[in-house]
Design a protein. Structure first.
Length: 399
C-alpha cells in the first residue's frame, strides 16, 4: 500500500457524517441539508431552453470549452455582476465548477503548509475543508450579529501575518447573518496595506427576503477603494441548481492568470453543457422571475420556522432572525453539547447539524444549524418541536 500524502493523513469521517448515517429513515425530518428545495427548481424553463436550442449551440454544449468559461456566459454574467457594482472592467471573470472549486483554486494558488488562514467562526464547512487539505493553520475570528468581530481581527493582525481572510458577508452559512454596511467599510479600512488576500464568498447574494436586506447585499468588493487584494466568488447553485456545478470567480489579472493555469490542470473547463443552459436562462429573462418566486418561498419557510422557534424553544436558546438565505443558527447555553441533543432528536425523528462542524478549531458545540430550505414545509413545526423537546430534556439533566 503506498503512503498517503500528508494532506490526507489527518482526514477522518466526521462524527456528524456518522450520525447522519443513522438518519436515513424515510420519516425523518431533516433540517441538516443546506441545499435548495427540489420542488422549486426551474424545470419547465430548462425544458423550454433545451427543446428550442439552436442545433449548432447544442453541438457546442457537448464539446470541451475554453478554460475560463463559455464566452457568451462570461459576457452575460459580466453584465449581471456590473449591476452589483463589481469591477468587471478591471478584474477578470472565470467560470468554475461550483464556487467551491474557486476556493480550491485560490487555496492552491496561495497556501503553503503552515500558512495562517483566517475564517469567520463559524464558517462554511466546505471552505474549512479546503484550507485544511492545503495544510493551512486556520484561526477562526468570532462572528457577531452584524459581521466579523473587528476588534478580535485587529488583535490577531497586531501580531500575525495571515495569508488570506475568508468571509461570507451575505446570509451567512451557517450563521444566517448579514454584514452591516458599516462593518463592510470598517473591515476594508482595517485591511488597508496589510497585504492579506480577502476572499469574499457571495453564494447567497440573491436570496434576500426584503428590500432592506437587498440593499445590504452590496458586495464588499464593490466598496474596495483601497486596492486591497481581493477575489469575489459566486454561484449558480442557489439561483438555478447545484447540479449545474457552476460558479464563478472575479479576480485581479495577476491572480486570474495563475488561476486559469491551475484550473486547466484540474478539469480543463467547467461543463459546457450547463454553461450553455445557464446562459440561455439569463438571456431569456428567466432569472429574475425565478428569483422572485424562490425568495417568497424561502421567506415563507423562514417565517414558519421563526414562529415554531418562538413557540417551542426555551428562553435560554437565542438566534438572529435571518433576512435571507437558508439558515437559523441557534445559540444554546454554553454548558450544552449539541451532539447530545442531536442523538436524542434523531431517535425522535429530526436532524440538524451541530455547531462544532462549522468551527475551524472544532471546539464550540453549543450551537445548532437549522436549514429551512429543503424539507416538507408541513414538517417544520413538528421538527422544531422535537428538537426543542430534546434541548429541554438535556437542560433538565444539567439542572
Ligand atoms: C457559503 C457557501 N459557499 C460556497 C458553497 C458552494 O457552492 P457551490 O455549489 O457553488 O460549489 C456553499 C454551498 O452550500 C456555501 O454555503
Amino acid at each position: 500500500m503506498p503512503f498517503f500524502s500528508q494532506s490526507v493523513q489527518h482526514i477522518r469521517s466526521s462524527e456528524i457524517r456518522d450520525l447522519m448515517k443513522l438518519a436515513t429513515r424515510p420519516d425523518i425530518i431533516s433540517f441538516a441539508g443546506g441545499m435548495p428545495n427540489n420542488d422549486l427548481f426551474p424545470v419547465a424553463e430548462v425544458d423550454d431552453i433545451i427543446l428550442n436550442m439552436d442545433p449548432e449551440i447544442k453541438k457546442v454544449a457537448f464539446q470541451y470549452g475554453p478554460t475560463p468559461g463559455y464566452p457568451p456566459l462570461l459576457e452575460t454574467l459580466k453584465q449581471y455582476l456590473k449591476t452589483k457594482g463589481l469591477p468587471v472592467d478591471t478584474h477578470h471573470l472565470m467560470i468554475t465548477t461550483g464556487s467551491l472549486q474557486a476556493i480550491n483554486i485560490l487555496a492552491m494558488e496561495f497556501i503553503d503548509p503552515g500558512d495562517l488562514v483566517l475564517t469567520e467562526n463559524p464558517s462554511f464547512i466546505g471552505g474549512i475543508a479546503v484550507f485544511k487539505a492545503f495544510q493551512a493553520h486556520i484561526k477562526g475570528v468570532p462572528l457577531q450579529h452584524d459581521g466579523i468581530d473587528l476588534k478580535a481581527l485587529e488583535e490577531i493582525l497586531e501580531t500575525e501575518q495571515p495569508k488570506l481572510l475568508y468571509i461570507i458577508p451575505n446570509f451567512h452559512n451557517p450563521a444566517g447573518i448579514i454584514y452591516s454596511k458599516e462593518k463592510r467599510v470598517k473591515l476594508l479600512e482595517l485591511l488597508k496595506d496589510k497585504n492579506i488576500l480577502l476572499l469574499e464568498d457571495d453564494a447567497y447574494n440573491e436570496l434576500y427576503f426584503s428590500e432592506a436586506a437587498h440593499e445590504l447585499t452590496q458586495p464588499v468588493m464593490s466598496m474596495n477603494q483601497y486596492n486591497i487584494p481581493m477575489v469575489y466568488t459566486g454561484s449558480f447553485s442557489k439561483i438555478l441548481g447545484p447540479g449545474f456545478r457552476l460558479g464563478w470567480m472575479l479576480a485581479p489579472p495577476d491572480i486570474y492568470e495563475k488561476a486559469q493555469i491551475i484550473k486547466q490542470g484540474i478539469d480543463a473547463c467547467s461543463p459546457n453543457f450547463t454553461q450553455v443552459i445557464a446562459n440561455a436562462f439569463m438571456q431569456k429573462g428567466y432569472l429574475e422571475p425565478y428569483l422572485n418566486k424562490i425568495r417568497k418561498e424561502y421567506a415563507k419557510r423562514k417565517q414558519l420556522m421563526q414562529n415554531a422557534l418562538e413557540t417551542y424553544m426555551p428562553e435560554e436558546v437565542t438566534w438572529t432572525e435571518p433576512e435571507g438565505g437558508f439558515y437559523f443558527w441557534l445559540t444554546l447555553p454554553q454548558y450544552m453539547n449539541a451532539t447530545d441533543i442531536l442523538k436524542d432528536s434523531v431517535k425522535k425523528g429530526a436532524v440538524f447539524v451541530t455547531g462544532k462542524t462549522f468551527d475551524p478549531e472544532a471546539k464550540h458545540n453549543n450551537y445548532i444549524r437549522l436549514a429551512f430550505s429543503n424539507m416538507n414545509i408541513n414538517d417544520i413545526d413538528k421538527g422544531i418541536q422535537i428538537i426543542s423537546n430534546a434541548i429541554k430534556k438535556n437542560m433538565l439533566a444539567y439542572s
